[in-house]
Structure formats: structure tokens, C-alpha cells
Design a protein around this ligand. Sequence first.
Ligand code: PLP
Length: 420
Amino acid sequence: MHHFEYKNNRLQAEGVDLAELAADIGAPFYVYSEATLRRHINVFTTAFAGADTLVAYSVKANSNLAVLRVLASENAGADVVSIGEMMRALKAGVPPEKIVFSGVGKTSDEMTAALQTGIYQFNVESAPELETLDGIGKRLGKPAPVAIRVNPDVAAGGHDKISTGRKEDKFGVSWEQTRALYAIARDMNGVAVKGVDLHIGSQIADLAPFEAAFNKAAQLIADLRSDGCNIERLDLGGGLGIPYGTGAVPPHPDKYAELIKRVTAPLGVQLIFEPGRMIAGNAGVMVTRVLFDKKGENRRFLVVDAAMNDLIRPALYDAHHEILPVVRRENAKETIYDVVGPVCESSDFFAKSRALPEFNAGDYLAVMSAGAYGAVQASQYNTRPLIPEVLVNGDQYAVIRRRPSFDEMIALEALPGWLA
Ligand code: PLP
């Protein structure tokens, strides 16, 4: 459930009228609902009430400081994949002991900084990474708490590019190599084995792949314990899908929790989760303005002022985002549109052959479910400024990332002496 609803045919974010907001700050922009963020993190944690859990919000989904502050105030931890994300989480108020560090390519500097900071866990993805971390732990005289990310070889996720738990994916340690690597870790002085980690993909819309992977993890924990490894935590990653307006309804967190409690109850482990999309996805929309209604030979193009550099999910993952008018007209005629942006790429689109109410130049439309993997994946391609992010709380709003000026956009560039 989210807090973007029509009132008198005008789309509101909580108590803020989006057309008025657009007139105030200028399109395009992202807008997030604080009440929705709070609701989502609470739905997730409540589903696991009574169990020993750490819910480490996956910062990559939406890393705006204000978003992180909201979630930290709800006691969320943070799953980070770079030292930059760790700095954001700390700055937003997430304590180090609630931070887990994931990712297949951590640098030595990143590992050192995270260990010195005192984070809760490193999710290690390979033998050379383990060796490097062991060396750092020895040098600092501080064993690094680790879980090894195992690859259960289970296909899952809404798109080939967001499936991460298959043999051919770069993530995790292959099932066949896992026990041997744990045996090596067990005997290292620079790391302290704490648990098992897996993350099989994103936008997963049914429970079957989770169940297959989690059952494998439960068996692995039994095997590792019989090998003399100390396994007190199980990190199950993120991946729970959200409704994107296609009619598909992913499992409710309560059902997900039921499954996990059933599989993990006999293990006596702390459960760690890394939800991202599920928390932020439906807590945000992108508002864009219609520039032109371009009538092609046999297509109708709605050219809007946002583009793939602002929201790349349709271009990258063929993602479907529901598109709604910010101001709804009674009895509006439907038209089949391609909704496209100004960037010079054919992949710059938000919808293809989509039946939508007819729009005029100057109308605003809302690209729904854009709170996760939206602003974070934006670029300045075509020298387009990053679009603002706005946070709404009841009837108040604040710009939580402003639009940069052209001078700011080029401030890091310099002409070499011979061209100056
Ligand atoms: N954990 C890891 C290791 C990830 O790679 C990701 C996303 O790719 C997540 C958590 C968050 O996944 P989601 O946003 O689908 O919950």
C-alpha cells in the first residue's frame, strides 16, 4: 500500500498536490512519501516479530540521505555495497553494528575502512576476497566478521539482468566450493566466521525460488556446523517483488515470513534481511511534463521532459511502470502512446504501445513505482542535470536533492594546459 492517491481527480502524495508541487519546483522530479517508507519497513519487520532479526535496508535501491534517515529512525540497518554507501548510512544515523557490506568487488581500502568502522558483517563473495580480508584483519589485529555468500544455483528474479543466484552469475561462491572455503575461513585468524549469506535476485514474484534456495541454505548450515564452523547468522538477502501495475501480485511479506520461519526455526540463527525495492519502490513516483504529442506515420509519441538518464529501468530491464495523469480529466478519450524522452537513443522510453488517457502539451504525468532503482541509477547523459528528489510528509514537502546548475555539472572537468 502506498500514499499516492487521487483527490478530486488530482494526484496527491500524502497531503501534497502533485500538480502544485510540479508548478513550484519544475518537472521532472522524483517525489517520495515518508509515510509509505515507514509503512513498508514496518510491514516487513512486523512480519518477523518475535524472531531475532536485523533488517538491513539495501541502500542501493534509494540512497538519498533523507530516505536513509527515515528508515534509520525506524531502526533499520543498512546493506551497503561500497564505502560511499557506508558513509551515507552512517551519516543518516545507522549505527555501524547494523551495517552489512555486500558486493563482489570490495577494494582493500574499502575493507579496511569498514573493519575500522566496526561494521556487523562482511558478505564475502570469493576465495581471493576472503584472503585479502584475512590479511587486513590480521594487520589491524581485529578479525573481520564474515558470512560467505553462497550461490544456490536457483533461477529467480523479474528479468535476466536481476537474477543473481544461478551458476552462471558472477555472484557468490559456487555450491561445490562452499564447504572447502568455509573450512579455510574457519582456520583463519583475520576473519571470524559468523554466518551464511545468499541473495538470489530481485523483483521475485513467487515464493518457490526462495523456498528452494532457503532449504539448501538450511542444509548447508547443518553441514558447516558438522565441519566445526560457527554459524550463528543467516543472511537471506533481499529480492521480494512489488506490484508494478501489471496485475501480478507478489507474495505479501507475511507469507514470505511464514515460509522463512518454517524453514529456519530449527536452526537457531539470527536472520538478516536486505530488502530494497520492497521498501522504496512504491514509496516514490517520477513526475514529468509532456513536451509534445508527436503524431508519427503509425505511432503516437508522447515526448516528455524526463528521459532514460533519469529513470533507466524500462531501457535496462524492459521494466513496466504504470503511468498516470497528475490531473485526471473526466471521460478522457484513450489513445495508444509510446511515451518517450528527449535522449538520443531508441531505448529512451517509459512505455510502448500503452493505452493512456489523451494528454496535451504541458500536462504532467506520474511514472509510478519509481522509488527504487530510479534516482540512484540516474546519470547526466546528454548533459541533462540530475532531477530533484522531494520528500513529502503529510502536507509538507522538502527538496532533498536539488537540481544542479550547469556550472556544478561541469565543475570537475578541466581543460589541459595545452588547450586552455
Ligand atoms: N542484497 C544484495 C546483495 C543485492 O544485490 C540486492 C539487489 O540487487 C539487494 C539486497 C536488494 O534487492 P531488492 O531491492 O530486490 O530487495
